[in-house]
Design a protein around this ligand. Structure first.
Ligand code: ACO
Length: 328
């Protein structure tokens, strides 16, 4: 049986770093509050002239180089983002052109917020298995600083900018690559985390700008509880479906929203924290970029070895959620 492997991974975070102390000069907060409540020390912020596609492009070039694949070989390009360059066209089309992916490729964006990367993985995995496509490039890229209200201390301390990418290919080797993938969504809770204006429900107007309707709004406590509950469920289900025990998972890469969410998840699953890859301290929450940024770092740090099982678990606005089980 054929499998789908992750042939290469790459990531990019913009140069500028905004520390907690910098934020304490902008809003009524402190390094101590942010660190103890979220685990974040600093985050990367894109330059004013850098858009989502610019971050995505660099991460994609690095993933292609890692996979030793040229852009001309890519026939499926998916970008997961909540902060596209434009409402239309898709950021995937912008990246297709800048990267030199041939026009016969399929290119589109998906909107699944923080779960976007595992959503893109599932779509690419399924499409490669059908034989319709040969080489997929999937990217999670976010300029969350562009939808953050920098005067609201309850949200602005949490988010950062960045991008991560992976190249997926079919392999003849059985039992490696993506072993399983599962997604879910619960739109009943859509307004727990959303940007109220700028879409068709509430188009941009002087009033929406005045009301700061284009910025992220969230119910932090409710998101926290749901994130822990849902990520525990999807992690358990994925491991059970594949007749494994949690103990056999060498590394869990969770969406990086809050280190306390990861600690609660680890406690509920009965796994030690050293089984979880955490880099939220240096990036904050980068939504769809958070899992591929962490995956890239974990690989470079030698935390993933041939034969290892890695479990990706995500949760985000929508609500959306999902998990991917990978064997290297
Ligand atoms: N600095 C100082 N004080 C603050 C700040 C701040 N930056 N933000 C809030 N406070 C205050 C509040 O006003 C509140 O004061 P009050 O008690 O006088 O009203 C107090 O601190 C406690 O606030 P809580 O909201 O209860 O703090 P909590 O411990 O719940 O932590 C947090 C808040 C960090 C937002 C947490 O709930 C969280 O991380 N939730 C998940 C949010 C999330 O992940 N969102 C990302 C998007 S979705 C996703 O990625 C999964």
């Amino acid at each position: 049986m054929a499998s789908v492997i992750i042939a290469g991974v790459g990531a990019y975070a913009p140069e500028r770093i905004l520390t907690n102390d910098d934020l304490a000069k902008m809003v009524d907060t402190s390094d101590e509050w942010i660190r103890t409540r979220s685990g974040i020390r600093e985050r990367h912020i894109a330059a004013p002239d850098q858009a989502c596609s610019d971050l995505a492009l660099i991460a994609a070039q690095r993933a292609l180089a890692d996979a030793k694949v040229s852009a001309s070989e890519v026939d499926l390009l998916i970008i997961a983002t909540a902060t596209p360059d434009y409402p239309l066209p898709s950021t995937a089309c912008v990246v297709q052109h800048k990267l030199g992916v041939p026009p016969h490729a399929t290119a589109f964006d998906i909107a699944a917020a923080c779960s976007g990367f595992v959503y893109a993985l599932e779509i690419a995995y399924g499409q490669l298995l059908t034989g319709r496509y040969k080489c997929a490039l999937i990217i999670g890229s976010e300029k969350l600083s562009s939808i953050t209200d920098w005067s609201d201390r309850t949200t602005c301390v949490l988010f950062g900018d960045g991008a991560g990418a992976a190249v997926l290919k079919k392999s003849d080797q059985d039992g490696i690559g993506i072993i399983g993938s599962d997604l879910g969504a619960d739109g009943e809770l859509a307004e727990y985390l959303y940007t109220p204006a700028g879409g068709s429900r509430c188009p941009a107007s002087p009033k929406t700008v005045e009301e700061k309707g284009h910025f992220l709004r969230m119910k932090g406590k409710e998101i926290f509880k749901n994130a822990v509950r849902v990520m525990e469920t999807v992690a358990r289900e994925m491991v059970e479906q594949h007749h494994l025990s949690l103990d056999q998972i060498n590394l869990v890469i969770p969406h990086q929203a809050n280190v306390r969410i990861v600690e609660a998840l680890a406690g509920n699953l009965g796994l030690p924290m050293d089984r979880f890859y955490v880099n939220i301290d240096r990036y904050g929450n980068t939504s769809s970029a958070s899992i591929p940024l962490a995956l890239d770092e974990a690989r470079k740090a030698g935390k993933i070895k041939p034969g290892d099982y890695t479990l990706l678990v995500a949760f985000g606005a929508g609500f959306t959620y999902g998990s991917t089980l990978i064997r290297w």
